[in-house]
Design a protein. Structure first.
Length: 189
């Protein structure tokens, strides 16, 4: 009985694509875009754009990762210890800070939006260089670690089937990225 009730709750949840369609159908493009931008905001746009350009990333990809990771909460903390807007693990953040020549970094700075975005963009760019032209692998590596993704690829396993959580994360990240491109590219922002 409990499994059936849980399944019913899942099927009643609205899908993001349906929300896009519904908002545009009801409100037309200008009103629909405005409503959807409330659901998919783009805070920290200036810092994201600056750091994304510095690291040759699409700012909308960074915004999508940030929305999926923390919902844009600079004080977010995961159960495993990831912190800040881009949910960086302290050990990863220290490694990135050394590589990015941030000599005065401390993990307390992970809740500072500018620092977290800077480190997160550097790390996304690093992963993008490891898996060029494959945003699904970049997302998988961001979630499960580049070592896991590399091992999955070497063994011939389907990368996204190894961890169900990673598969869901990648699907959600790619869907969110498509929505951000739809909402924020029309005006060239």
């Amino acid at each position: 009985m409990a499994a059936r009730a849980a399944k019913g709750r899942r099927t009643r949840r609205l899908r993001p694509g349906f929300l896009v369609f519904l908002a545009l159908l009801v409100g037309g493009p200008p009103a629909g875009y405005g409503f959807l931008r409330l659901l998919y905001p783009f805070p920290y746009r200036e810092v994201i754009t600056q750091e994304a350009q510095r690291n040759d990333l699409d700012p909308l990809f960074v915004a999508a990762v940030m929305r999926v990771e923390s919902g844009f909460s600079p004080t977010a903390r995961s159960a495993v210890g990831a912190r800040g807007l881009m949910q960086l693990m302290p050990t990863t953040a220290r490694w990135v800070a050394r590589k990015a020549a941030m000599s005065d970094f401390s993990t307390d700075q992970l809740e500072d939006p500018a620092t977290n975005i800077r480190l997160g963009c550097w790390y996304l760019a690093y992963l993008d260089r490891q898996f060029p032209g494959q945003p699904e692998l970049v997302l998988a590596a961001y979630n499960a670690g580049e070592g896991n993704v590399g091992r999955w690829r070497q063994s011939g396993d389907a990368v996204l089937s190894a961890f169900p959580e990673t598969r869901r994360y990648v699907q959600r990240g790619l869907r969110t990225y498509r929505i951000y491109r739809f909402l924020y590219r029309p005006w060239g922002s």
